[in-house]
Design a protein. Structure first.
Length: 165
């Protein structure tokens, strides 16, 4: 069976090959942050609407989520998440360029703009099942899973209140 990242819904398959990355993922995210950078809302909206977590969100709720995201820029080979890390904190939407998904050091697929990765942190703090690194220069919008979970909870509580009235 071909391994695929559950996080890369529209990923392009690769033949397994050894790939070397640089950096150590989420602990280094701050150095990739581009403060005050603009986001392409339609791209982020398209990406978020593909995920089951957000299918009941209205446009205003998704806009709030996008507004809370930060912009990160990566150079070729920079790791964004690292396979085996158990303290993953961020969820990402690919904004520009491509990200390579590696399983056990071997290239599996690429993730292109308007697709997501790292959404396992939306549910819990779990072990990262793959390494994701920039394939050339790449940009992603990201936010902490805890923030998304708080927004999800707020959204569902509001929906429940409306239904009960």
């Amino acid at each position: 069976r071909e391994e695929r990242s559950a996080l890369a819904s529209s990923a392009v398959e690769h033949r397994p090959e050894e790939v070397h990355t640089k950096g150590h993922a989420e602990q280094d995210l701050e150095k990739h942050l581009v403060k005050g950078a603009a986001k392409e809302k339609s791209l982020a909206m398209t990406a978020l609407q593909k995920l089951p977590f957000f299918e009941e969100f209205n446009v205003d709720a998704l806009d709030a989520l996008i507004e809370a995201m930060e912009v990160y820029e990566f150079e070729d080979g920079d790791e964004v998440v690292h396979q085996g890390d158990t303290d993953g904190t961020h969820f990402f939407v690919v904004a520009a360029g491509e990200f390579l998904v590696l399983k056990d050091g071997k290239s599996r697929c690429t993730i292109s703009p308007s697709n997501c990765f790292g959404e396992s942190v939306l549910l819990l703090f779990g072990e990262r099942n793959a390494t994701v690194c920039a394939h050339g220069r790449a940009t992603a919008y990201g936010m902490e899973g805890m923030t998304v979970r708080d927004m999800l909870q707020e959204h569902y509580q509001l929906q429940r209140t409306i239904v009960m009235q």
